[in-house]
Design a protein around this ligand. Structure first.
Ligand SMILES: Cc1ncc(COP(=O)(O)O)c(C=O)c1O
Length: 155
């Protein structure tokens, strides 16, 4: 039996009528930027997350970049990231003028190896950006503990 790595077609087919109707309406309106669906998504997502505001962006790369930039991460800062991630993680840091510092992954979970983080912390370290990948969350309790002891932000 072949199990596909990602089955986007299967996900689409389950929601096809709903998705097709929305896309048809978007094309009819030629509302490719913002528009009522983006607005509705922002409102619904904010409600679901119990936050006052939510802003839809064009990509995950922009989301990483914007959240770091808005938090004041910039030139001279180092941000700790796992080696096993998509390039956007390091790219968002570089786009702010900061430096990504890589930590190897845990061979059991393939997420950042918490035991190796402390050795990479320097006077320049401003934050840790753990990544949850393939449905496998990073080991957040010890990461948050470490960050609090070193007064680091966690994104
Ligand atoms: C960990 C991670 N961060 C960010 C992104 C953002 O990607 P994009 O800019 O292509 O939306 C991805 C995409 O796969 C990702 O895996």
């Amino acid at each position: 039996m072949k199990v596909p790595f990602v089955d986007l077609k299967g996900q689409y087919l389950r929601l096809k009528p709903e998705i097709d109707a929305v896309f048809e309406d978007i094309f009819e309106r030629a509302a490719f930027i913002c528009g009522k669906y983006v607005s509705a998504f922002e409102k619904e997502y904010a409600r679901a997350q119990k936050v006052n505001f939510f802003v839809g962006l064009s990509s995950g790369t922009d989301a990483v970049h914007l959240m770091l930039w808005a938090s004041g991460i910039g030139a001279g800062d180092e941000v700790i990231v796992p080696v096993n991630t998509f390039i956007a993680t390091a790219e968002g840091i570089s786009l702010c003028g900061a430096t990504p510092v890589f930590v190897d992954n845990d061979p059991e979970t393939y997420t950042i190896d918490v035991r190796q983080i402390e050795d990479r912390i320097t006077r320049k370290t401003a934050a840790i950006l753990p990544v949850h990948l393939y449905g496998q969350p990073a080991d957040m309790d010890p990461i948050l503990d470490l960050a609090s002891r070193h007064e680091l932000a966690v994104f």
